[in-house]
Design a protein around this ligand. Structure first.
Ligand SMILES: [Fe+2]
Ligand SMILES: [Fe+2]
Length: 235
């Protein structure tokens, strides 16, 4: 299966032409399209309407997760409904099998990496913040545990490893993802992981267990290769 993956399209109401240009040739180049969150700028249905009008031109299956920007207007449930209505499989912790390949997707959350990961200690606000990340990892774990397929693709918005956020200011690292996500990917021996969110990160990395991780945020893809609007990975 050839997977075309991209993230952080950040579609606004005036972005019809930009999106058309960026996804126009994907039909012939891949078997599925993965969108790893931040589909819109401010999480408004009018923005998603514009994106969907262009995604309807894509004839291969589309699998997505929402990103933090898609939550900005508090209308993420409406966005999920709109995506599902047009057949764009938007994952939030449920397993999905397409042509014999398993997909597990969650947004993920902040929290930090490796020995610098924040722990649930102290004020209730810190505990709630950490818990939000733990919850996302548990949803990912559940989805992966339900997949019986030989190949398992993980789709996240937040980063699961430090490697693919290299290039971002180190001060914001804890807000770009957390290591619990990659621990789950290792435990369930994921085949490949895609994420976005870290616009100034690095395109390729690996979990501690050796699972390949691709940061497919649009700015990262374009920095790597001008005109590269999605990365095609063959699994
Ligand atoms: Fe983004
Ligand atoms: Fe984001």
């Amino acid at each position: 299966m050839r997977i075309a993956a991209t993230a952080d399209l950040h579609c606004g109401v005036n972005d019809r032409d930009r999106i058309r240009e960026r996804l126009g040739s994907v039909n012939g180049e891949a078997d599925v399209l993965v969108l790893a969150g931040d589909l819109t700028n401010f999480g408004q249905p009018a923005e998603l309407d514009v994106l969907i009008s262009q995604l309807l031109r894509v004839r291969i299956p589309i699998i997505s997760v929402l990103g933090n920007h898609d939550f900005e207007s508090g209308q993420h449930q409406e966005l999920l409904r709109m995506l599902r209505e047009v057949g764009i499989k938007t994952l939030d912790g449920e397993p999905y099998v397409r042509d014999g390949v398993g997909f597990a997707g969650v947004k993920g959350f902040c929290g930090g990496f490796d020995r610098h990961e924040l722990t649930a200690f102290g004020e209730p606000e810190i505990k709630a913040f950490v818990q939000a990340g733990v919850q996302e990892s548990l949803h990912l774990e559940r989805a992966l545990s339900l997949l019986q397929t030989e190949k398992r693709v993980v789709v996240l918005h937040y980063a699961p490893i430090c490697d693919t956020i290299t290039g971002e200011p180190k001060e914001i690292a804890p807000f770009l993802g957390n290591s619990r996500l990659s621990d789950v990917c290792d435990r369930f021996e994921a085949t490949v992981v895609f994420h976005g969110h870290a616009h100034h990160g690095k395109p390729v990395g690996k979990t501690r267990g050796g699972v390949p991780v691709y940061n497919v945020a649009q700015p990262v893809l374009l920095q790597e290769k001008p005109g590269q609007f999605y990365r095609v990975v063959d699994i």
